[in-house]
Design a protein around this ligand. Structure first.
Ligand code: OKS
Ligand code: MG
Ligand code: ZN
Length: 348
């Protein structure tokens, strides 16, 4: 089993997302989610000759709007121009939200609309963010199309990432939920059941929320305990789905210092649930911020663990799209992300 020559989809347009600021600790830092991340991973894809690297096709906004609300998509397209037109001197950063007891109506003012369409303040917007977010969705949709046409598995090297984005909320460096868009595309092409397994260090809150009342898309996320880790307000283990979706969301949370030996027990639980669900396709929201040296996370996975992880996913036997999510700071993100693909291909 396993495959040779896993294709990677990559868009150079990711460079258009190059904000200068991230609000962190009361100061504006150079963003963790920076262009060199995916260039590091792409360099490893090439040096390991993982397989062909393809540029994405253009799918337009149709498949994006199957997941995201039209008014949110419109907001993202014009946000930067509206911000500039309002005479703001810096990058667009939300700073006011609808707190408990206030009214969730949409204001006209750009500060109000930034708050209405976001859930956190670390994700600045500037010129090019819209174009890069669209390119990232196209990367995922191209990988989806390749898998639908018979590829066993494809690596969508998305940037910006997506798993925090709700139907009408950005945050956590995410704008369009690439994993959710991919899963919905499979559904719209006749796949009856699709599973999304989120292995990023952080809870995939957007993905969970998008499919929370549905039984056709199983959502599972392994992540740092939201009591202690971003996004703080979703991702607890008692969130199991609602209505038709009851029993089709699974959260597995871990404390600081969690090593692969413990984390992989949750992976096993997740894999057993997915095997019971028998999806026509599997989407892996792949973050490598579970790595021991990740600068913003608190798990202790080692580079070799990513080979084991990839092997376990291959054993499920489903057509698979990997969408890239988090992983920061260190050259090892290239090794770690590509190790998942090579573990899938049978490398030990
Ligand atoms: C706030 C921390 C913001 C963390 C955003 C998490 C991004 C990520 N200072 N999601 O998977 O990696
Ligand atoms: Mg996760
Ligand atoms: Zn993450």
């Amino acid at each position: 089993p396993g495959i040779r020559d896993m294709k990677t989809v990559f868009s150079p347009l990711h460079h258009l997302r190059s904000v200068k600021t991230e609000l962190d600790g009361g100061i504006l830092i150079e963003p963790h989610e920076k262009p060199s991340r995916v260039e590091t991973i792409l360099a490893r894809v090439k040096s390991q000759t993982l397989g062909e690297v393809l540029e994405p096709e253009e799918f337009g906004l149709g498949p994006v709007k199957r997941v995201h609300k039209p008014d949110y998509v419109e907001f993202l397209e014009h946000c930067w121009a509206d911000w500039v037109a309002a005479g703001k001197p810096g990058e667009a950063i939300p700073a006011v939200w609808c707190g408990r007891g206030m009214r969730a109506r949409m204001p006209k003012d750009i500060d109000g609309r930034l708050g209405y369409y976001s859930f956190a303040a670390e994700t600045s917007i500037s010129d090019g963010t819209w174009e890069a977010a669209c390119a990232s969705a196209n990367v995922a949709l191209t990988a989806q199309k390749l898998v639908a046409n018979g590829e066993r598995a494809v690596f969508a090297l998305c940037r910006p990432p997506g798993h925090h984005a709700h139907a009408d909320l950005f945050g956590g460096y995410c704008f369009f939920n690439n994993a959710a868009i991919t899963a919905q595309a499979f559904r719209d092409q006749g796949y009856q059941r699709v599973a999304i397994l989120d292995l990023d260090f952080h809870h995939g809150n957007g993905t969970q929320a998008i499919f929370y009342d549905r039984s056709d898309v199983l959502t599972i996320s392994l992540h740092g305990d939201p009591d202690l880790a971003f996004p703080h307000f979703l991702g607890f283990e008692d969130e199991t789905g609602e209505g038709e979706g009851e029993g089709y969301n699974l959260n597995i949370v871990y404390p600081p210092g969690t090593p692969y030996g413990v984390w992989s027990q949750g992976l096993e639980t997740a894999c057993e649930r997915i095997a019971a669900f028998q999806p026509g396709a599997l989407v892996i929201a792949l973050g490598v911020d579970t790595f021991e040296d990740d600068p913003i996370s608190f798990f202790k996975l080692k580079s070799a663990d990513y080979l084991s992880l990839g092997k376990r996913i291959e054993q499920l036997g489903f057509p698979t799209v990997f969408t890239m999510e988090g992983g920061y700071g260190v050259d090892a993100i290239g090794v770690n992300a590509v190790n998942v693909m090579q573990g899938f291909e049978g490398k030990k």
